[in-house]
Design a protein around this ligand. Structure first.
Ligand code: HEM
Length: 330
């Protein structure tokens, strides 16, 4: 069997790609996800079961040194946080149980700036993404859909995807609650300070309550909505927002590979969640989180997964709301 060495991800989803090319790839990816995972009509293509919370974010002095972004200057900023289960339910008639193992659960944070701008930080609990390019992610989904033999063949031909999958397989126990999970941005971003100097980082949200799984004996007996319903019993929920600083030689375009563990983590601030949000997703409001919705002081990497997410999420919004409303309204 020929083994292709895939250490440099190649993808059509680059910053230079035309909008039409990106949209075509995003459509293909969205259709694949819908077909393989069985996404419900009229809802988010993935991550449809969720709960929206409200709170504040307050940056540390170190954050201000690293970035000139408005919300990183130290004044408290209003946030909403949407927690979500990742995959659609295997049972098309239901939202699916919160106890699903190996589900990529999400924590999407929206920062509301005083001048009306918004910026998003969209994280999930897998420690790496299972593929380095949108095409490999799509092809992995297709192979898994086809069956064990096709999956084995695909992984043998794509050792990088196999290696990332092995890491993802080490996590996946259902959490004790939303307050006891660690979330990762996976994609890299460049912080830019007041002098214009840059630093590549990856984000991690670390709960003050520690990381705890649901005891295995409860995996089959827990209430199917224990995460969504139980979140109000955990309030206030607090996280440290951590940034891992890349060294010059670290790659910034492949979310399927972690940076060396000895890279410094910096405490950038605290998120405090105080209650359920009653303002978003009411009266036709469309709430959408886009990891490319960035403000001055934070720049995107050329990671093809990051670039395609924007297009896929817009397509998901179009399908679930029929709206192509401007990003700033979301
Ligand atoms: C090519 C890879 C990916 C695909 C195809 C994909 C697909 C999607 C789609 C279709 C949605 C629904 C968007 C909406 O209707 O608002 C979504 C939401 C989400 N994705 Fe991804 N995603 C990918 C990668 C990632 C990565 C790398 C992360 C995190 C590190 C992530 C975290 C999330 C979260 C947290 C949400 C829920 C947002 C919310 O609560 O509104 N996704 N994703």
């Amino acid at each position: 069997m020929t083994v292709t060495h895939d250490s440099t991800p190649r993808s059509a989803a680059t910053p230079d790609a035309s909008n039409a090319d990106m949209q075509a790839l995003a459509l293909d990816l969205t259709d694949t996800v819908v077909e393989v995972l069985g996404s419900p009509d009229g809802q988010r293509v993935t991550h449809h079961k969720g709960v929206v919370m409200e709170g504040t974010f307050t940056a540390t002095p170190r954050a201000r040194e690293l970035s000139r972004a408005t919300h990183l200057q130290g004044d408290p900023v209003r946030v909403t946080v949407r927690y979500s289960n990742g995959f659609p339910s295997a049972d098309p008639g239901s939202d699916g149980p919160d106890t699903t193992q190996g589900d990529p659960r999400g924590m999407a944070v929206k920062f509301y700036l005083d001048d009306g701008r918004r910026t998003d930080l969209v994280c999930q609990d897998w420690p790496v993404f299972p593929a380095g390019t949108p095409e490999h992610f799509r092809d992995l989904l297709r192979a898994q859909h086809e069956g064990p033999e096709a999956t084995e063949r695909f992984l043998a031909e794509h050792p990088d995807v196999a290696a990332a999958g092995a890491i993802v397989d080490t996590v996946g126990a259902p959490p004790q609650s939303w307050a006891t999970m660690v979330f990762h941005s996976l994609n890299a971003f460049r912080l830019v300070d007041a002098a214009g100097e840059g630093q590549w980082v990856r984000w991690k949200l670390v709960p003050d309550a520690g990381e705890h799984s649901l005891p295995e004996a409860e995996w089959t007996t827990a209430d199917p909505d224990y995460l969504m319903a139980g979140v109000v019993d955990e309030l206030p929920i607090t996280y440290r927002v951590m940034a891992q600083l890349a060294a010059d030689e670290d790659q910034t375009t492949d979310a399927s590979k972690a940076w060396p563990a000895d890279r410094e983590w910096v405490d950038m601030g605290a998120i405090e969640i105080t209650g359920k949000d009653e303002t978003r997703e009411t009266g036709g409001d469309v709430l959408m989180h886009d990891p490319m919705r960035l403000i001055d002081g934070i720049e995107p990497s050329d990671d093809p997964i990051l670039r395609i997410r924007s297009f896929v999420y817009a397509e998901s919004v179009r399908r679930r709301s029929g709206s192509a409303c401007p990003m700033h309204l979301r």
